[in-house]
Design a protein around this ligand. Structure first.
Ligand SMILES: *Cc1c(COP(=O)(O)O)cnc(C)c1O
Length: 372
């Protein structure tokens, strides 16, 4: 492996260039590059089918989708969320002047610990924002029950869960709204892009306004929006990448199986994103390193693998509750977030993409096993 090419954590799923060109010809002929074009409409329809949802709206990235989704729901005050996520989740709250209230995570799924939500609810709370971390679904039933009891909205960051299910229900159908990211590093990509799926069909119009400066018609601007539209070129990429997702999932299935078989009896190595279970997102393959049992730390392994030109990622790291602008929040204090603080020192996302050779996976596992 030292002599071979470097192995990166991810490689984008790239569509067939000839098919892309064919479709781009259509765009060139139409001279319609953005603003609700035919390619975008087609992608929207195909994604509704693929994700098995009734309502879906496309955006130029997942972050703006979430930011504007929260805006469309007219949230105020405080939103209960997880510290163990990508910065975009909490920054979408910041930009809506919403205060995050950090809730600790479940040590098994690393998603919001539903049992710890209720004590954090105040009269200012308007929503719960969960993250389906690494494709492990939140406790959607329990969260919905709490939300119903206190009349709160439920929003999910589903950036890692393209096409996954919970108890055979499409994941985009839980809560009031779910965000998907179509960034180049995600299983399905439009280079940059994202979507919201949502329960209430009436939100469709609102979201269309929010992503296009609030322009209702040539004579009227009815609300303060942003520019967050997915353009025709991105949509073309999406239409072609979507054709490849199923075969990519199958390749990743084999890679996952190989990782699991080769890691299963190494003391202190726990696979967080197992094949079985209700949602295999095939987005990441993440392990958790128990320093005491493994004999070395996560950071040590991260560095060790680099010597073999294997690039892993401490993901998520750092913890969002440690951002300096949350210093004043009581919920951000370390003593309230024991599990999150533990997870952030233990998780490591491994190289994971369809073209990764099975042989490379075996070698990576060998390094993990033998260099401890
Ligand atoms: C990728 C990601 C985002 C951000 O999505 P973009 O499309 O890059 O804006 C948000 N949340 C999580 C959990 C992500 O992994």
């Amino acid at each position: 492996m030292i002599k071979g090419d470097p192995i990166y954590i991810t490689r984008p799923l790239l569509p067939d260039l000839q098919s892309v060109n064919k479709r781009l010809n259509e765009v060139w002929e139409s001279k319609w590059l953005t603003n609700n074009g035919p390619q975008q409409s087609k992608l929207e329809e195909e994604l509704k089918q693929y994700l098995n949802v009734e309502n879906l709206s496309l955006f130029n990235n997942g972050t703006l989708a979430l930011l504007l989704g929260l805006r469309a729901l007219k949230l105020t005050g405080e939103v209960i969320t997880t510290p163990f996520t990508f910065p975009a989740t909490v920054q979408a709250l910041d930009w809506n002047n919403l205060t995050p209230v950090f809730c600790d995570i479940d040590p098994n799924t690393l998603t919001l610990d539903a049992a710890k939500i209720e004590p954090l609810i105040t009269e200012k709370t308007t929503a719960i924002l969960g993250v389906h971390t690494f494709g492990n679904a939140c406790d959607v039933e329990q969260i919905q029950e709490i939300a119903n009891k206190y009349k709160l909205k439920v929003i999910y960051d589903g950036a890692h869960t393209f096409g996954t299910k919970v108890d055979s229900q499409p994941i985009g159908n839980f809560g009031d709204m779910t965000m998907f990211s179509f960034h180049a590093t995600k299983l399905f990509n439009t280079v940059e892009g994202g979507a919201l799926t949502f329960k209430e069909g009436a939100l469709s119009e609102k979201l269309n306004l929010l992503k296009n400066f609030g322009i209702a018609n040539p004579d009227e601007v009815v609300l303060s929006g942003l520019n967050a539209k997915l353009n025709e070129i991105q949509s073309v990429i999406g239409l072609e990448v979507l054709k490849l997702v199923e075969s990519e999932r199958q390749k990743r299935h084999e890679i996952k199986r190989t990782y699991e078989q080769n890691l299963k009896d190494i003391p202190g190595i726990n696979v967080l994103t197992k094949l079985e279970g209700n949602s295999s997102s095939y987005q990441y393959f993440v392990i958790q390193i128990d320093e005491e049992k493994y004999g070395n730390s996560r950071d040590w392994l991260h560095e060790k693998l680099k010597e073999y030109k294997v690039f892993t990622r401490k993901y998520f790291y750092p913890l969002c509750s440690d951002f300096q602008w949350y210093d004043h929040l009581e919920s951000a204090r370390k003593e309230n977030l024991t599990q999150a603080h533990k997870a952030v020192t233990q998780v490591l996302a491994m190289p994971y993409y369809g073209e990764l050779q099975i042989e490379s996976v075996e070698k990576i596992c060998k390094v993990i096993r033998e260099s401890r």
